[in-house]
Write a protein that binds this ligand. Structure first.
Ligand SMILES: [Zn+2]
Ligand SMILES: [Zn+2]
Ligand SMILES: [Zn+2]
Length: 280
């Protein structure tokens, strides 16, 4: 085979070297382009990120501004409504029976104004409703064991926890409608998330066989969602939800004082016309 002339070899080698140089330049250019593209992309990303923060802040600020403006605009109406709600005026007709003038208002019955009869009927079983009586032309908070008579005068009455939940059948002789309430001296004090409620102690007797039912059995108390102060003394009953509330509160506010918690409950009771102190 005939070898190529030396000059031709030289020319071929030069061509190869030029090719390599060209490819290297091309690769370098390609890398530079990619770098530039990445750089631009990063700039764009940063711009997008930067654009988020101020927009959110403006939005939040604008929202708060609008909210405050709305409150400000509503302030005269709110003030007038609250002021008006505290002015009893002349008692108009009961909002339940529409027959007699009202003397009691219950905030937990959607602020309904009731006559003495409708109040007594409605709240016979709703023992934990905070009510207000119209006394001497102003509202006065009254506890569950206080009612307003048909002359518009405030008077005490007895209230019996669990009584309406008891069966009407005697567990001894199995007769129906033979059970009646026997009032006892002393109180049953319930403490729940709204503070302290005082009820009257009682027992239930069967007129047929003379059997006495103790309404304060440990099983009934626990099943009804309460917890006695002691397994043998049922004068104080604590709502189990109060324990849950205290448990959650002290986890969120470690170091909270149990005594202060009970004092705050007492203050709330007092603000609603009930006994405020706890003898624990
Ligand atoms: Zn009525
Ligand atoms: Zn009510
Ligand atoms: Zn009986």
């Amino acid at each position: 085979m005939e070898e190529p002339p030396i000059d031709d070899i030289h020319v071929d080698q030069l061509d190869d070297e030029q090719d390599v140089e060209f490819r290297r330049e091309e690769e370098e250019q390609e890398l530079t382009d990619k770098d530039q593209y990445l750089e631009e992309l990063l700039h764009k990303c940063q711009a997008v990120l930067d654009s988020f923060q101020p927009v959110e802040e403006v939005k939040w600020e604008k929202r708060m501004e609008t909210l405050n403006e709305n409150w400000e605009a509503s302030r005269p109406l709110i003030f007038k409504t609250i002021l008006f709600s505290q002015c009893p005026g002349i008692p108009q007709e009961c909002e339940v029976c529409h027959e007699e003038p009202w003397f009691v208002r219950c905030e937990e019955c959607s602020g309904k104004k009731m006559c003495h009869r409708c109040d007594a009927t409605t709240h016979e079983k709703l023992l934990f409703h905070d009510r207000e009586a119209l006394v001497d032309d102003s509202f006065q908070h009254i506890p569950p064991n206080v009612l307003v008579n048909d002359n518009g005068k405030v008077e005490e009455c007895r209230k019996h926890l669990f009584y309406h939940d008891l069966s009407d059948m005697c567990p001894q002789c199995q007769q129906r409608n033979t059970l009646s309430l026997c009032p006892l001296a002393g109180s049953i004090i319930v403490v729940n998330q709204k503070g302290r409620f005082d009820f009257n102690d009682y027992t239930v007797v069967c007129s047929c066989c003379g059997y006495y039912i103790n309404p304060w059995s440990l099983e009934r108390i626990i099943a009804a969602g309460y917890w006695p102060g002691s397994p043998k003394d049922f004068n104080y009953l604590f709502d189990q939800n109060l324990f849950r509330q205290w448990d959650l509160l002290q986890k969120r506010l470690p170091g909270s004082s149990e005594v202060s918690f009970l004092k705050a409950l007492g203050d709330f009771s007092q603000s609603k016309g009930r006994v405020g102190c706890f003898l624990l």
